[in-house]
Write a protein of this length. Structure first.
Length: 325
C-alpha cells in the first residue's frame, strides 16, 4: 500500500505487548502477534474527547485532554495485548499465588476496588520518586554543602535537572529488562512505519526497515518536553514571587502539581508544532527528546515490522488529507 504523497500525518501509536496500537482517521487499531504466529488486528471506532466536547479542542486544553485520553486508552490496549499474546499456560504461570487466591476468593467488585487501590499507590509512588525526591535531594545539598550561599531562587532549576537525571536513569534501567527491550523494539517499529507512510512509500518490510526510529511526535519526547517546561515555569514562578522559594516543601509540590495541566498543554502544542515543521529552532528544542529515544526505541526485527505495518494499514484511508496534521 502506498499513498505516493509526502505529508505530515496525525497518526500516532503506542507499543504494546507483542503488538502496536495506532490511532488514525478510522479510529484505533491494535495489531498483535498471537502465540500461533499469526497477526490479529482489532479495529475500534472512536471519537476523541475534543470532538465530543468543543472546549476540549481549544489550544492548551486539548493537550490535557489528549494526555488523559492517551493514558486511559493506552492502558486498556496494553492489557488487551498481553491477554492476546500470552498462551493459557503462560497466563497460569504469570499469576502469583496471591493473584490466584484473590481471584478465587473475592468477588469481581472487590477485585476492581483492589485494582483501584493499587493504581492509587502506583501514582503515589511515582509522585514520591519524580516530585518529592528531587526536592529532597536539592534541599539536602543546600543544607549541607551551600550553607553560606543563598541559592533558593535557583532551586526549581536544580530540581528540574535532578528530575531529568532520575527520569533518564529510570528509563535506562527499565530498558535493560528483556521483555521491555522487546516492547521498545515495537516502539521503534511504530516510528519507522509512520515515517514510511509520511514519505509516501509502499508499506512493506524493506521500506520500513530503512526509516529512522527517532520521531519528533513521540510520547517520550513529550515527557522530556514536559520536564523541561516544568523546570522553567517553576523558576519563573519563584522569580516573580520570591516568597515561594521558602514555603513548605509539601505546599511547593502541590503548586507543582497545580501547574501540570499548563505544562501538559504547552508541551502538547510544541510537539504538535514540531511534527509540522523542521526548522533549526524546532530541531534544537526537539533534540533532547530524540536523544531519549535512543533508550526507548530499539531497531526492530522484520517480524515486528510486519505487525507495525498491519496496525497502520488498519487506520489509514485512501485519501492522505484525512490524517494531515
Amino acid at each position: 500500500m502506498s499513498n505516493n504523497v509526502k505529508h505530515k500525518t496525525s497518526i500516532g501509536g503506542q507499543a504494546l505487548i507483542e503488538g502496536i496500537m495506532m490511532r488514525g482517521p478510522k479510529g484505533n487499531a491494535m495489531a498483535v502477534r498471537l502465540p500461533d504466529g499469526t497477526i490479529d488486528v482489532e479495529i475500534d471506532e472512536y471519537k476523541p474527547l475534543k470532538d465530543k466536547c468543543k472546549i476540549l479542542g481549544f489550544p492548551i486544553i486539548r493537550g490535557v485532554a489528549a494526555f488523559i485520553e492517551s493514558l486511559a486508552t493506552g492502558y486498556k490496549y496494553l492489557m488487551k495485548s498481553a491477554d492476546k499474546a500470552m498462551t493459557e499456560e503462560e497466563k497460569e504461570e504469570d499469576m502469583s499465588k496471591l493473584d490466584k487466591w484473590l481471584s478465587e476468593h473475592l468477588s469481581e467488585k472487590m477485585m476492581t476496588v483492589i485494582t483501584i487501590i493499587s493504581s492509587v499507590f502506583g501514582v503515589a509512588l511515582a509522585m514520591l520518586v519524580f516530585l518529592y525526591l528531587p526536592v529532597l535531594l536539592v534541599d539536602l545539598f543546600d543544607d549541607y554543602l551551600l550553607k553560606s550561599v543563598d541559592v533558593s531562587r535557583y532551586h526549581p532549576l536544580f530540581e528540574g535537572v535532578m528530575r531529568i537525571v532520575i527520569f533518564i536513569l529510570y528509563m535506562y534501567l527499565v530498558s535493560k529488562m528483556s521483555y521491555i527491550k522487546r516492547v521498545f523494539m515495537y516502539h521503534g517499529a511504530e516510528h519507522k512505519t509512520i515515517f514510511c507512510y509520511e514519505n509516501g512509500l509502499e508499506l512493506n518490510v524493506e521500506n520500513v526497515r530503512k526509516m529512522s526510529r527517532f520521531h519528533p511526535r513521540c510520547g517520550t519526547a513529550f515527557m522530556f518536553v514536559m520536564l523541561i517546561l516544568s523546570m522553567f515555569l517553576s523558576f519563573a514562578l519563584v522569580s516573580f514571587f520570591p516568597a515561594l522559594a521558602d514555603i513548605n516543601r509539601i505546599l511547593w509540590m502541590v503548586i507543582k502539581i497545580a501547574i501540570l495541566p499548563l505544562v501538559m498543554g504547552i508541551g502538547y502544542e510544541f510537539i504538535k508544532f514540531a511534527g509540522k515543521h523542521e526548522n533549526g529552532l524546532v530541531k534544537i528544542l526537539s533534540y533532547p527528546g530524540l536523544l531519549m529515544q535512543r533508550i526507548t526505541t530499539v531497531e526492530p526485527t522484520d517480524d515486528i515490522i510486519e505487525v507495525a505495518i498491519e496496525s497502520i494499514k488498519a487506520v489509514i484511508t485512501d485519501n492522505p488529507e484525512d490524517d494531515k496534521i
